[in-house]
Ligand binder design. Structure first.
Ligand code: ZN
Ligand code: ZN
Length: 370
């Protein structure tokens, strides 16, 4: 694929995609696809990485119910207090979001070689009761924690990569200079690309480049998620970012599964929709790498700001670009996936509102790995 497919040619070739993948199975799935259910896929909005307390000021705490009320427009929230699970049963407003337990663990993932020594990891889908059974501790190796978390049906998230746990250690640039060993990268189900705390002036565009270098280029494809990082009484941002997960059922196990299958995207718009298809089949329905040969990749987005720029990125290079009109945009292009391809090959969709300002980013679609 040489050159960039522009909006005009792309529109001419665009196929009509449902904004939410259609109900029912279209065709028998290939051997690399995961068939999870006959239920139609739906888009579930998630606000995660919420702290009920300001950990520096213990008196500044709010109830889980208050946090749930704050985010009543989303479908689900995940509480992640520092090294502490919330009780799994909480009183959420009747029409409020599903409230799920999680915790933010200070985990020694950056053992030995990393000067920052510790990084925060989000543990999702494991409650306090399970934690007691599994005996998860913050001093054990991350690989051991991950094994336990997975056994309990949970997921591990690399939280705010631009911000190290040891705050005095320095800047976002220094944190992102860290090279993640492949063995370490493979431990994570997801990376938090947007963090509303915006630590140390960190920019998600820089984090995205870091994810490409440290994960995708090593053939490791974690899901992309967002995190609020509220700490107690007030929301950290008036304009939170959201994790959107494609699920068959609105329940915890399906959210965890969507993250593991990287059937997620992140957006600054709660209304954002992202559909992607390979040869007419929704990528939210499949998991494995694409077989060598010619393929057609199409994407359709809506709920975007006027003039937003949509790009398809393949292995670090922009191969398609269009501008959203009336909040909507589509791109379609052909892909040649070579049989013998040594480099990591993947694509993903991203949206800019202005240079350097990411608005929406989809999890990667691996073309020859993952
Ligand atoms: Zn943190
Ligand atoms: Zn946090």
């Amino acid at each position: 694929m040489s050159g960039i497919a522009t909006g005009d040619t792309a529109h001419a070739q665009a196929v009509q995609l449902p904004l939410i993948p259609a109900s029912g199975k279209q065709e028998p799935a290939g051997d690399t696809a995961a068939v999870t259910s006959q239920e139609p896929l739906e888009r579930l909005s998630l606000t995660r990485h919420l702290h009920t307390c300001n950990h520096n000021v213990p008196s500044q705490c709010v109830s889980v119910a208050d946090v749930a009320a704050r985010y009543r427009r989303v479908d689900a929230i995940i509480i992640e207090n520092h090294n502490d699970y919330q009780p799994p049963v909480v009183a959420a407003p009747p029409d409020g979001p599903l409230v799920l337990p999680g915790k933010e663990s200070a985990t020694p993932i950056h053992s030995r070689q990393h000067p920052l020594a510790l990084q925060h990891a989000g543990i999702l889908g494991v409650d306090a009761v399970q934690q007691r059974t599994l005996k998860i501790t913050m001093t054990e190796p991350t690989a051991v924690t991950l094994q336990k978390v997975h056994r309990a049906g949970g997921d591990l998230v690399y939280n705010h990569p631009e911000y190290p746990y040891i705050q005095t250690a320095g800047s976002s640039a220094r944190a992102l200079a860290y090279t993640v060993p492949t063995d370490e990268a493979k431990l994570f189900d997801a990376v938090e690309l947007f963090n509303d705390a915006g630590f140390k002036g960190g920019n998600p565009a820089n984090v995205l480049r870091w994810v490409e270098q440290n994960f995708y280029n090593q053939g490791v494809f974690p899901a992309i998620v967002a995190g609020q990082d509220d700490h107690g009484p007030a929301p950290i941002s008036a304009h939170p970012t959201y994790t959107l997960a494609m699920v068959h059922h609105r329940r915890e196990a399906d959210i965890m599964e969507a993250i593991r299958a990287r059937h997620t995207f992140v957006s600054k718009s709660l209304d954002a929709q992202l559909a992607m298809s390979m040869d007419g089949k929704s990528t939210w329905e499949r998991n494995g790498p694409v077989v060598p040969g010619q393929h057609r990749f199409s994407t359709s987005l809506s709920g975007l700001p006027e003039g937003a720029v949509i790009e398809i990125v393949r292995s670090g290079e922009v191969i398609g670009r269009t501008v959203a009109k009336d909040g909507h945009g589509e791109l379609s292009l052909s892909l040649d996936v070579p049989a013998a391809n040594k480099r990591a090959d993947y694509l993903y969709v991203r949206v800019w509102t202005s240079p350097g300002q990411l608005h929406t980013v989809g999890s990667a679609v691996p073309l020859n790995a993952g």
